[in-house]
Design a protein around this ligand. Structure first.
Ligand SMILES: NC(=O)c1ccc[n+]([C@@H]2O[C@H](COP(=O)([O-])OP(=O)(O)OC[C@H]3O[C@@H](n4cnc5c(N)ncnc54)[C@H](OP(=O)(O)O)[C@@H]3O)[C@@H](O)[C@H]2O)c1
Length: 252
């Protein structure tokens, strides 16, 4: 049987680790050619080699998506080299936790720059190509999957600015979803709970100490990749708008 995403092209931001790397693999396994964007080129090259070793097609894009020119170039290079863009997985993100009072402003700037502006730059550059893909592509539908978080549903003491960015991703996604319905560009929101990735490791040591033990059971990056793959392989008339996924034992 023909792989469901054969003939399509997907761009995954933050593909050098965690959920992004697992998602790129999952989409390649389903037949998509994948463009891999992140800053750590060595990690992307290793992943691309794995995907090619399985018979897939992978393009490495060393890119800092907080820079608008680089975000746009990542999209344009995907289209130039792989021929089109059917699927954007807006995944790159950073989570810097801790009290608001006394927090380093640079941490807030990093989160807003990446989780909000980086996502918007990629969305802006990708939209014309997604619209074209939906009009003339093999599946007659295109997908933008924006990765939010449980923290995009509920703010908690200690995650103020991270939650702010993820609530923003949710609001933008819902508005764009409504705008794009008749054009067959599906805009989906994925809200993972605790997942074993590098995400928490970027926190200051005192924050790491404070949050140690806060996250109990964790999902694997592949669990979220599986959900994303489900979303983008639905038939044309089915749009999974939102998916909230927690480890079974996670209460809040
Ligand atoms: N893990 C969780 O528990 C969890 C829960 C809810 C939501 N999420 C969300 O899931 C998404 C993926 O996170 P993850 O858990 O997989 O964490 P991760 O392993 O830390 O992955 C983050 C990815 O973002 C990339 N990135 C960071 N800064 C970038 C930049 N300026 N330009 C381009 N790429 C950049 C990183 O690559 P480079 O460093 O190589 O650039 C990396 O590939 C994030 O949006 C996160 O908020 C995660």
């Amino acid at each position: 049987m023909k792989p469901v995403l054969e003939g399509t092209v997907a761009l995954v931001t933050g593909a050098s680790s965690g959920i992004g790397a697992a998602t790129a693999t999952a989409l390649a396994e389903r037949g998509a050619a994948v463009a891999l964007a992140a800053r750590r080129q060595d990690r992307l090259e290793t992943l691309a080699a794995d995907i090619r070793g399985q018979g897939g097609t992978a393009l490495v894009l060393e890119s800092d998506v907080t820079d608008q020119a680089q975000a746009t170039a990542a999209v344009e290079q995907t289209v130039a080299e792989l021929g089109r863009l059917d699927t954007l997985i807006n995944n790159a993100g950073v989570m810097l936790l801790g009290p608001v009072a006394g927090a380093p402003l640079t941490e807030w700037q990093r989160m807003v720059d990446l989780n909000v502006l980086g996502l918007l730059y990629c969305a802006h550059a990708a939209l014309p190509h997604l619209i074209s893909a939906a009009e003339g592509g093999p599946r007659q539908v295109a997908d933008m999957v924006n990765i939010s978080s449980v923290a995009g549903r509920a703010a908690r003491n200690g995650n103020g600015v991270y939650s702010l960015t993820k609530f923003g991703v949710g609001a933008f996604s819902e508005s764009l979803r409504q705008e794009m319905t008749k054009r067959y560009v599906r805009v989906s929101l994925v809200e993972p709970g605790a997942t074993a990735t590098e995400l928490a490791t970027h926190n200051r040591p005192e924050v790491l100490e404070a949050i140690r033990g806060q996250f109990g059971q964790r999902m694997e990056a592949e669990d979220i990749a599986d959900a994303i793959a489900y979303i983008v392989t639905r038939p044309r008339h089915v749009a999974v708008n939102e998916m909230l996924i927690r480890p079974t034992e996670q209460e809040r």
